[in-house]
Design a protein around this ligand. Structure first.
Ligand SMILES: Nc1nc2c(c(=O)[nH]1)N[C@H]1C(S)=C(S)[C@@H](COP(=O)(O)OP(=O)(O)OC[C@H]3O[C@@H](n4cnc5c(=O)[nH]c(N)nc54)[C@H](O)[C@@H]3O)O[C@H]1N2
Ligand SMILES: Nc1nc2c(c(=O)[nH]1)N[C@H]1C(S)=C(S)[C@@H](COP(=O)(O)OP(=O)(O)OC[C@H]3O[C@@H](n4cnc5c(=O)[nH]c(N)nc54)[C@H](O)[C@@H]3O)O[C@H]1N2
Ligand SMILES: [Mo]
Length: 768
């Protein structure tokens, strides 16, 4: 970071905000200086990714159209991703795109347009690209095929409402860090609580309190237990005990723990009777009465790789303590990802802890800065999206299935649905060549489209696979309002620099397209961007006024640069209310109680998601050919793929590649040394990376984080591979189960070898 956090911001620095924190910035003489918010106790180094981003050569500077599309017209095309681009003036590209949107709508209807446009884009409330594209498609075409749920929480978002309540209730409005500091004896964290993750939140966060909270809790005597393949999933400050269980086996481990509790009679029968539905049936499974297999500590040990003694010891340390069970998002981003989410709720219920301050179950606490916080007491407006007239949708991670198999049937949450036939896909604010699995398959899928439109700030692989690439502004090049529902600081995001090249705001691009389609008024409501900011701010101002609080007008807010919002009491949410008074505050589940078994889910008849949590062995675990488990987790040096070319992200790469980390013993067995270029591969694909050796990775696992920009090349035998280190060339494109169909990209079986010869140049950060 360019300056220390103590001094007050100099007047020339202007406030801004990103998903990784609130900061101020100054663009002067082609140098960008950034400084974290002075009130932030643990600033996120990711803000340094901005310092070289504004005028980076990989920015998109002018509208571009793919040559094959221009010459041969719309239609499926195997050249997508390998073709050249032709620059085109704004007026002409907007004419052509409007005409193509009209053609697709007239010929096939709005149900042939995919506008899910999944992705995080930037932090401002108005220029949120996904909201912009949705509003445009709703107001100008009458709708679009949408996607539901997220890559973050695909399985949990569907299973949690069946068993406890909505994801927001269980993840966001539940146990706070304040409660943990004050009350918790044991935090049992499956997947750890990595600070790299919890310093990120959509909308931006002004105070990163996770580190100091863990430190304070540990100092009081709270014990953190990390079940995880990586020691680095907890910071030093937590003094966590590390239990390296085999990835993907957490459900078996939890069953083993619970079997110990029940065998010793340590489970809380009164809580299970009063607050839970379906324990007896589950207990039959746990104790092996229904299937002949007791889920004992010894049984679990053989699956998860921890010793039976370790499991028994951990179980014995829990009863009578204020225990908080936490499951990271990562566990459910895997085959059968619903099971650990459900099983952890059952474990917390059997400990009798659900609803107690600092105890029970808080799904995903520690994976994002939103969780463990108080909620704001006044709302922050978002751009209204209008009404979508198109009914078909997909679970978000079924994008390639949909494009490859129009008309095919799929299961989702108790219903059988059909994939629509998509002709045109419109993406703004997301990077499917970052977020999706099995990128070779995804490439094939995008080649089936008639037309693929992308708004981007840089030449991501998604932009390179598009037909029409429209350059949009980077957040620093426009004004916005920064705010998150879990952070009290609302930020006036000032413009730091002029737009690069011919880049325009997504909003202005859509307004012009709407003009051509005769829907400008419906899309803009006659407002400029600045007028929209005033309009959106009004909602917060009126809510402040209603509470009798200071309610500055927009101009005052803008000049001050920030506004502190009031927050709600730390009341424990629906789980506390349910515990305190189950009759008047039943859970929003069919029984009004914790569903230890779910007749609803049992009624769906899915073999891959039965009526109570169960150990379902993975079908894609390590094999003789691919004996290592790839952990494709979130990167520490950036948010997903955003600003992978940024100074901080690049500073942590080696030899131009993303770094993969493996245990010294696994490296030695393969003749791999520190700093070697290696090739990771399986039947689906291959990529290069630079090896780093560390005993902070358990044997049998290899970590290659997501986010390195996909840089395809072909080897001597014509097989494609990524020269840079994007793990999604290796991951499997299958839903978590028939219930949720969530993303299962976290774990994959691979092999790794030393790469012999001269590695090909890495070209992802050069414009095409
Ligand atoms: N294997 C594997 N895959 C994963 C995961 C994993 O753990 N393992 N994690 C998954 C998860 S949890 C997630 S949330 C997804 C994330 O996937 P994405 O959200 O798609 O990833 P981002 O890199 O944040 O993509 C945002 C894109 O928006 C662009 N952008 C930024 N600001 C603007 C703007 O103002 N306008 C426009 N038009 N564009 C803008 C950025 O340049 C970037 O390309 O990845 C998922 N993929
Ligand atoms: N710096 C940074 N922070 C981020 C993001 C980012 O891209 N960069 N993305 C944000 C987003 S959108 C989200 S959804 C969250 C995601 O939050 P998560 O999905 O929880 O984050 P990951 O880093 O993918 O995984 C956390 C850890 O889980 C462990 N793990 C993996 N598989 C298993 C398993 O089977 N069992 C156990 N016990 N542990 C396992 C891995 O060691 C991994 O480091 O992070 C957010 N925070
Ligand atoms: Mo996510």
């Amino acid at each position: 970071m360019t300056a220390d956090t103590q001094s007050s911001p100099s007047p020339a620095m202007r406030p801004h905000s990103a998903h990784w924190g609130v900061f101020s910035a100054l663009w002067q003489d082609d140098v960008l200086t950034v400084r974290p918010h002075p009130g932030d106790p643990d600033p996120n180094p990711l803000i340094d990714n901005f310092t070289n981003a504004l005028r980076h050569p990989v920015r998109v500077t002018t509208p571009m159209v793919r040559r094959g599309w221009l010459e041969d017209g719309p239609g499926p095309d195997a050249r997508r991703g390998q073709d050249t681009f032709v620059a085109m003036p704004w007026a002409e590209v907007v004419d052509r795109l409007a005409a193509e949107l009209q053609r697709v709508k007239d010929q096939f209807g709005a149900e042939a347009v995919f506008g899910g446009s999944y992705g995080w884009s930037s932090a401002g409330r108005f220029h949120h690209a996904q909201s912009q594209v949705h509003r445009f498609l709703n107001t100008s075409l009458g709708g679009y095929v949408r996607s539901v749920n997220s890559y973050s929480a695909g399985a949990s978002a569907v299973i949690l409402p069946h068993i406890l309540g909505s994801m927001d209730e269980v993840a966001r409005r539940n146990v706070t860090w304040e409660q943990i500091v004050a009350h918790t004896d044991v935090v049992l964290a499956f997947g750890g609580m990595a600070l790299k993750n919890s310093r990120v939140a959509s909308g931006g966060i002004s105070r990163h309190i996770e580190r100091e909270s863990m430190q304070a809790a540990a100092a009081r005597g709270c014990r953190f237990v990390s079940v995880s393949p990586l020691r680095t999933d907890f910071p030093e400050e937590a003094k966590a005990q590390w239990l390296a269980a085999i990835p993907g086996t957490d459900t078996a481990l939890m069953l083993g723990l619970l079997h110990e509790l029940v065998t010793h009679g340590w489970h809380d029968r009164a809580f299970l009777d009063q607050y839970c539905d379906g324990w007896p049936e589950f207990e039959d499974y746990l104790m092996g009465r229904s299937d002949g297999t007791p889920k004992s500590a010894a049984w679990a040990a053989a699956i998860c790789g921890l010793s039976a003694g370790t499991i028994a010891e951990l179980a014995a340390s829990l009863p009578g303590k204020r225990v908080l069970v936490v499951v990271a998002h990562s566990l459910q981003r895997a085959e059968h990802g619903e099971q650990p989410v459900w099983m952890a709720a059952v474990l917390a219920a059997a400990l009798g802890q659900i609803g107690l301050p600092g105890g029970g179950y808080n799904y995903a606490l520690g994976t994002l800065a939103h969780y463990g916080k108080r909620m704001n007491a006044v709302p922050v407006a978002a751009l209204p999206q209008g009404t979508n007239g198109v009914k078909p949708f997909i679970p978000v991670a079924r994008i390639a299935d949909m494009l490859l198999h129009p008309g095919a049937a799929f299961d989702y949450n108790g219903a059988r649905r059909t994939y629509p036939h998509i002709r045109l896909a419109y993406w703004a604010g997301g990077n499917p060549f970052h977020h999706h699995q099995d990128l070779n398959r995804l490439r094939e899928a995008f080649r089936r489209l008639d037309t693929f439109v992308v708004h981007e700030i840089g030449w991501t692989a998604t932009a390179r696979h598009a037909d029409i690439v429209l350059p949009c502004t980077l957040t620093l090049e426009r004004e916005d309002i920064g705010a998150a529902p879990t952070d009290p600081l609302m930020v006036a995001m000032h413009r730091i620099a002029e737009p690069h090249g011919l880049a325009r705001d997504d909003y202005d691009i859509f307004a012009d397209l709407a003009e051509r389609l005769g829907t400008r008024e419906a899309f803009t409501e006659g407002r400029t961007s600045r007028e929209w900011l005033r309009h959106l701010f009004e909602r917060t101002r009126l809510a402040l006024l209603e509470r009798g609080l200071e309610a500055p007008d927009f101009d005052t807010f803008w000049e001050r640069g920030e506004l502190m919002l009031p927050q709600q009491d730390d009341d424990g949410g629906i789980l506390r209310a349910f515990r305190d008074d189950p009759a008047s505050h039943p859970l929003p589940t069919p029984s009004g109680k914790v569903q230890i078994t779910s007749p609803t889910i049992a009624g769906f008849g899915y073999a891959d998601c039965p009526g109570h949590p169960a150990w379902l062995p993975p079908t894609d675990g390590p094999t003789r050919d691919y004996p290592l488990t790839l952990i494709a987790n979130q990167p520490a040096t950036r948010l997903h793929s955003q600003l992978d070319f940024g100074a901080h992200s690049v500073s942590e790469k080696r030899r131009d590649r993303e770094v993969c980390t493996l245990h010294p013993a696994d490296a030695a067995a393969r003749g791999i040394g520190e700093g070697d270029i290696v090739r990771l591969f399986n039947d689906r694909g291959a990529c290069l990376a630079c090896a780093s050796l560390s005993d902070a990775v358990m044997p049998g696992a290899i970590r290659l984080p997501t986010g390195a920009w996909y840089d395809p090349a072909v080897d001597a035998s014509g097989r494609p591979f990524c020269t840079h280190g994007n793990p999604n060339v290796l991951t499997r494109d299958r839903g978590t189960s028939s219930l949720a169909q969530g993303c299962a990209g976290q774990l994959t079986a691979v092999e790794v070898e030393r790469f012999e010869g001269v590695p090909p140049p890495m070209r992802a950060f050069e414009a095409p």
